[in-house]
Write a protein that binds this ligand. Structure first.
Ligand SMILES: C[S@@+](CC[C@H](N)C(=O)[O-])C[C@H]1O[C@@H](n2cnc3c(N)ncnc32)[C@H](O)[C@@H]1O
Length: 255
């Protein structure tokens, strides 16, 4: 049980829920989905041939471990995944064993705000679609940097505002910065851009989530408004991604 209000609010927000009242339903709503952020194949592809066999990777807010398991399986590297949702971590452990990479993957339930202070010396850290959990980009990037060695890699999966979009049309406008702001931040933090990937194809999970929401409603009819607004939030996020923001994976090197 999480008893810190800010952590609960951030957890909800990280999964596109408008209120922490939804947190108890999120594992059920998202049960059919393994990848909760960027496609894990894209993340593994970014790291291919960039790290030595003994490299250690830290995946912060790893969700159900899709990226961690993919990296272990395809690249044979060690990955530690941390997420605050116990149900997600249980699933990640199960998937690692199922994919015969239980020995390469370690998963832990924790608040990554704590983990960034206790985990050091990694060769690569990943923060994929969990921006707000460590604060805004200016606050998050230094926290990521402190977990890796000099020369180590950072992968950030997030989005930037499209230059042509009208701010009034953007549903989640406060959550995103421009591409030039990201680039300025990386320069200020001494991070060398290695690769930037924008041709990302996010899976359309809307129908799966909607079906699960309908099942919850049968048992909890009084939650209709709450679940309807969650479904609306998911649609708004999709609309932003189609029109106003661009999903991006940044691969950076700490100099
Ligand atoms: C959109 S998901 C991304 C998950 C994963 N990176 C992926 O791509 O599949 C955001 C994740 O952040 C996790 N999260 C939210 N707050 C957290 C916190 N304080 N500490 C650790 N994980 C947190 C959520 O449980 C969720 O799994």
């Amino acid at each position: 049980m999480i008893d810190n209000q800010k952590i609960k609010d951030n957890l909800a927000k990280s999964l596109t829920a408008q209120t922490e009242e939804l947190n108890m339903f999120l594992p059920y709503l998202l049960q059919d989905i393994w990848e909760l952020g960027s496609p894990c194949a894209d993340i593994a592809q970014l790291l291919k041939d960039r790290l030595p066999g003994e490299a250690k990777i830290l995946d912060l807010a790893c969700g159900k471990g899709a990226a961690a398991v993919k990296i272990a399986k395809e690249l044979g590297l060690n990955v530690k995944g941390i997420d605050i949702m116990p149900q997600f971590i249980d699933y990640a452990k199960k998937k690692a064993v199922e994919n015969n990479v239980g020995d390469l993957c370690a998963f832990e339930v924790n608040d990554i705000n704590t983990s960034v202070n206790t985990h050091k010396g990694y060769n690569c850290v990943i923060l994929d679609w969990a921006g707000g959990v460590l604060g805004n980009p200016v606050q998050s990037v230094p926290k990521l940097k402190q977990t890796i060695v000099t020369g180590g890699l950072i992968i950030i999966g997030d989005a930037y505002l499209n230059p042509s979009s009208d701010l009034n049309d953007i549903k989640f406008k406060n959550d995103y910065i421009s591409l030039s702001s990201w680039k300025t931040l990386f320069t200020l933090e001494g991070l060398k851009p290695v690769e930037t990937k924008t041709d990302i194809k996010f899976a359309d999970n809307f129908a799966l989530i909607k079906t699960r929401a309908a099942e919850i409603l049968v048992k909890h009819p009084q939650k209709k408004e709450l679940l309807d607004s969650y479904i609306q939030n998911i649609q708004n996020k999709q609309a932003d991604l189609e029109q106003n923001i661009t999903g991006v994976l940044f691969l950076l090197q700490k100099t």
